[in-house]
Design a protein. Sequence first.
Length: 171
Amino acid sequence: IPVAIIGAISLAAKRGIIVRDPAVLEQADRCSTVIFDKTGTLTYGEPALIEQIVVPGFESLEVLRLVAGLERYSKHPLARSILVCAEAARLALPPADELSEPPGQGLVGVIEGRRIQVTKRSKFLLDHAAQSSALPPPASGLECVIVIDGKLAATYRFRDAPRSDSRPFIE
């Protein structure tokens, strides 16, 4: 059995899989559920902005311009996706007058006198419970909620493309 385990660890390593605890290999045949940290494993780790659900009263390109103006200062993985969309739309990005990115709280700033917040659904619901009915239903994938001057402006949805080699990896 130890030779088989060493062989399995070696084969896994050649395929880019790190096995921390060799004992799990002995239990693999009884496993019914596998959980992956998918970013970079099953996907390329480059999410794309695929949907902009804008609330009536706001204009899609204006929301994108303001959000991208704020996101250009951010290191968050979704910031790049927003900036790519703004670049494709040839939007001139305004500078931020104020900027704050507390861990786990989203991004908040002031652009052209307007307070812009980019946050997650759960944080939005805590801070703006009265506007919860304006949110679109949750969907699979990643999303962020855009708040402008205290009002829900948009929900952005992102999708990360699966790696071409993820199917054989899972099999």
